[in-house]
Ligand binder design. Structure first.
Ligand code: ATP
Length: 135
């Protein structure tokens, strides 16, 4: 099988570098699967999983939005935040989920930023499901 280089980078530095056979993730427009030789493109991403497949192995990286750029033989994901599944602190994500849910329950009260709480909840659920491989 042909492979391509994949780099996942955040403002804090690189998170994942490898040679893979396929990258699949959630773009703003829907599921996106990239194989070697894909035409160059840039796509904005949703909060979601990046699946990186090579042979029988699949690596999972949680991203919270950003961009995917395809260039000849290289895919670069520039993410706001990114964690490999093995590096996700589940307890922290569960605490973040509970905080976000609490904020959403209190949304009738003043000073609750609904969109911000909603995004925090999505990030937490995404991290929990990737850490538990329930994706
Ligand atoms: P929290 O409230 O727990 O900080 P958050 O969703 O607000 O969650 P972010 O702002 O998305 O956190 O991320 C801040 C930094 O912390 C990033 O570097 C991100 O990779 C890291 N991070 C956030 N949650 C986790 C987690 N559960 N496990 C590992 N790293 C995490």
């Amino acid at each position: 099988m042909k492979t391509m280089k994949v780099h996942v980078v955040t403002p804090d530095g690189p998170v994942y570098d490898s040679e893979v056979e396929m990258v699949s993730t959630k773009a703003q427009t829907g599921e996106l699967g990239i194989l070697p030789g894909h035409i160059p493109m840039v796509a904005p991403l949703q909060i979601g999983a990046v699946r990186l497949m090579k042979g029988v192995n699949t690596d999972y990286v949680a991203v919270s939005g950003g961009f995917l750029e395809v260039r000849p033989d290289t895919v670069t994901i520039l993410a706001q935040t990114a964690e490999k599944s093995s590096e996700i602190d589940i307890e922290r994500a569960v605490r973040a989920k509970e905080r976000a849910e609490q904020r959403l329950r209190e949304r009738q009260q003043e000073n609750i930023d609904f969109k911000r709480a909603e995004l925090a909840l999505q990030r937490a659920i995404n991290r929990i499901s990737i850490a538990q491989r329930r994706i």
